[in-house]
Write a protein that binds this ligand. Sequence first.
Ligand SMILES: Nc1ncnc2c1ncn2[C@@H]1O[C@H](COP(=O)(O)OP(=O)(O)O)[C@@H](O)[C@H]1O
Ligand SMILES: N[C@@H](CC(=O)OP(=O)(O)O)C(=O)O
Length: 852
Amino acid sequence: MSSAPSQTLDEAAASPASAVLQALRPAALTRVHKFGGSSVADAARIAALAPLVDDGADIRAVVVSAMAGTTNALVAMAEQAASGQDWSADWSALRERHLATADTLDPDARHGLRDALGRDFDGLRDDLLALASATGDLAPLVAQVHGLGELVSSRLVQAALGGEAAGWQRLDARDVLVVHPGEMGVGVDWDASRERFADWRARRRPSRVVITGFVARDADGRSTTLGRNGSDYSAAIFANLFDADELLIWTDVDGVLSADPRLVPDAMVLPTMSYAEACELAYFGAKVLHPQTMAPVQSRAIPLCIRNTLNPSAPGTWILAENPAGDAELSPVKGLTIVRDMAVLELAGNGMVGVPGAAERLFAALHRAGVSVVMISQGSSEHSICCVVRAGQVDRARAAVESAFAEAIADTQTQGVSVTRDISILAAVGDGMVGIPGVAARLFAALAQARVNIRAIAQGASERNISVAIADADATRALRAAHSAFWLSPQTVSIGLIGPGQVGRELLSQMAAVLPRLRASSRVDLRLRGIANSGYMALDHFAIHPDEATTRLADMSTPSFDVDAFAAHIRAEHLPHALIVDCSGSEAVARRYPEWLAAGIHVVTPSKHAGSGGWERYVAIREAQRGGARFMYEATVGAGLPVISTLRNLLDTGDEIEAIDGMLSGTLAWLFNSFDGSRPFSALVRQARELGYTEPDPRDDLSGLDVARKLVILAREAGRELSLDDVDVENLVPEALRGVPRDEFLDRLEELDAPMQARLAAAQADGLALRHIAHLSREHGARVGVAALPPDHACRHTRLTDNLVQFTTARYASNPLVVQGPGAGPQVTAAGVFGDILAIAHSLSDGIGLHA
Ligand SMILES: Nc1ncnc2c1ncn2[C@@H]1O[C@H](COP(=O)(O)OP(=O)(O)O)[C@@H](O)[C@H]1O
Ligand SMILES: N[C@@H](CC(=O)OP(=O)(O)O)C(=O)O
C-alpha cells in the first residue's frame, strides 16, 4: 500500500533519527502536517506548501493556523467590539488582506474563494456587532471571532493545494473536536471527539484534508479554542485521531533550537529530542512548540518532526520517545529557555521550622486563588518557602497567602509574605543531565561570570530541568552566557581588528591559512567579528572570513567607525571571550585599553604606545588585568621573536634579571653591521632608506627613541618603574640637523659622516666594532646608543637586520641567555601578534569568565 516518499522526506530521511524510525516502523501511510501562521503568511508562502505535502502518503491531513498576525488582529477586534470601540477599519483591512491573497491564489475564481471569504467576513461582522450588544456568556462568540483566521486560511490552503478537484477536502475542526477547560489547560473529550471523527470519516472517506487548527467545540457544541498558539496541539490531536505515522510541524526555523534564536544568535538545531525534553522546553517558553502538543502524540508514540517551510531540505528536529544513544555527548543540556513576567513570592518565619503542613497550607491557598505555581524552592532549614508565579497573579497570590497565614503573621510566628517583581526564569533542560555531575555547576559558573544574581533555584528529582529565577533585566545576558557555557567551546573568542595596515593585513592572511586547521585540531574557535580603520568599520554577527575582511571594509561608503560601538559589538554576550587586536598605531585607540581590559576584553597589539607611554596608563592597564583579561604585546620588541615571553618565563620561574642588552632596531642593526669604513655612513643610510629599512624620515630611527621605547617595555616587564625620560638616549642626528625639514636633512646627510668615521676608526684601532645597543642594569641604568664591542660580544655575531636580546640573570650569569633573529617586517610582526592571540586562546577554559 505504501507509496514512495517525496523528495523532501527523502532528504529528511538522511537524519540519524529518521534512520532509526525507518528501521522501527513500516513506511509511513498517514501523515499529518501542520503549518503555522508564519508558513501561511502570504500568497507566496501558501503556494509553496503544495510540494511539501506532496509526500506520497496514502492519507494526508494538513492542519493550518491563521495567516501570521490575524489572530492578534481578531483578538483586538473582539475587545474593541465588546467595549464599544470602532473595529470597522481593522475588519476592512483584514478582509482586504485575505481577499487579495485569494485573488493571487485563485486568479480565475475557479475555487470560488472570493465569495466564500466574503461570506466568512460578513459572518465576522455580524459576530462583532453581536458582541457589542450581547449579554451573558460571551465566550463562545468571542471564540468564534478569534477562530475566524483558521477558517479563512484553511480555504486558502485548500485552494492552493488544488481544491476539491485534486481531492482536497476541508474540515472545520469544530465539527469533530470536543474539548473542555481543564486544570492544565484545555482538555480533549477523547470519546466524544473520536465518535464524531469516526462519523465524519465514514461519511467523507477523506484521503486528503485541510483542517482548521486552534478551533474546537465545547460539550454543548459552542465555539471555543485551544488557547493561543494552540494549532500545534490541534495537529497533535488530529495525528492521534488519524493514528498517524508521523506528524510534521512546519514553521519558520530549522527545528527546535538550543535556545530562542532571536536571543541567542549561535543557537543550534537539535537533531533529536525526547517527548519529555520537548515538553519541558515548551512549558518553559520555547515558543516553537505549544506545551500540550506532546501528550496526544506520545500516547501513540507518533514521531513528531519540526521542519522549516523556508528551508525544506533541512532535516529538522525529530521528537521521539527516547533520544538515540550517544545523543547526550553533544551537550548534557538540550535547550535553554527564558520565561519572562514572573514574580517571586516568599513566605518566611521561624514559626515554620519543623511545623508540618505549612507548605500544604501555602499551596492550597494559591490553588484556591487560582494561581499557578511555576517554580518552588525551599531551603532545608524550612525557614522560608519561595515560589515563582506569573507577575499578573502575584497580587492575588500575596493576598491569598496573607489571609491563609493571617494568624501566624499576627502573632509574629511568620514574618509575612514578600514579593519581588520583574523576575524571569531561566531553565536548562535535557535528559542527558540525569546523573551527570557538574551540569548545575557549569550553569551557575556561567551565570556568575555574566554577573547574574540568582534569586531562587529549583531542580526536580527527574534531574531533567534546572530552573533559576533571575532579574528580568539580566535575562538575555544570562541566557547567552549559559548557552555559550554548554554549546560553545570555552575557547571561542570574538575578535576585532583595528587597523588593517601592513601588519594587520598580514595577520588576516595568516589567520585565514590556519583557522580551519586550528578549529579541527583544537577547541580554539577564533571568530573575526569586526574590522575597522580610522574611518570605517565592518561588523558581523557571526564571523567575517579573514580573506574577505579588507574588502568588506573597502565596500563601506559612509564613515562609520565608532570605537565604543566597535568594542561593544566585539564583547558579544553570546560568546565566551572577546579580544581586540590593535594594529592601528593610534594613541587615541591605545587610550581605550584600560577600559576594554576592565570590561573583560583581551587586548593584543604590536604598537608601543601603551607599553612605553605614560606610567599612569601602564599601571591602569596592569590593574585592569586583575579581572582576568590579558594585555599582550610581544610584537613590540623583536617582532615575532619570543623576547617578552622569555623575560616573563625567567621571572615567573624565580630568576633575577641582572642586565638586559640588545640590538632592538633592525634598521640600526643593518647600518652598523654594514658600517666597516669602506663606505661612508651617509651612503648606508641612503641605501637603507631605499631598501625600506628606515622610516620615511631616517631621523626617527637614528634618534634612538624607538629603541628606547622597547627598552622601557622590557624594563617595566622586569619590574622597573621606568619611563622614556629615564633612558639615557644617544641621538645619532647632529644637533644642527634635528629641527630641519626632512628633505633638507636628507640633502645634508653627509654631515653625519665625519664624527661617525672618527668613532669607527677609534674602535677599530682597539680591535672593536660599533653596534647600536640598548642596555639596562641597576649599575648603569637604562642607556641607548652606539657602543664599541669586542669580537666575542654576542652582538658582533648578528646578520643583516637581526635583533638580539641578551638576558644576564642569576641563572644565566656567566653565559647569558640570547634571543636572536630577524626582528622586523610585516610577516614576523604579524606572527608575533598571532602568537599572542593564540597564547590567550589556549589559556582560556571553563570557569575563566571575563565579561564584566
Ligand atoms: N528553542 C527554540 N527553537 C526554535 N524556535 C524558537 C525557540 N524558542 C523560540 N523560538 C521561536 O519560535 C518561532 C516559531 O514559533 P511560531 O512563531 O509560533 O511559529 P508558527 O507561526 O510557525 O507557529 C521561531 O521563529 C523562533 O523565533
Ligand atoms: N492562530 C492562533 C493559533 C496558532 O497556533 O498560531 P501559530 O501556529 O501561528 O502559533 C494563534 O495565533 O494563537
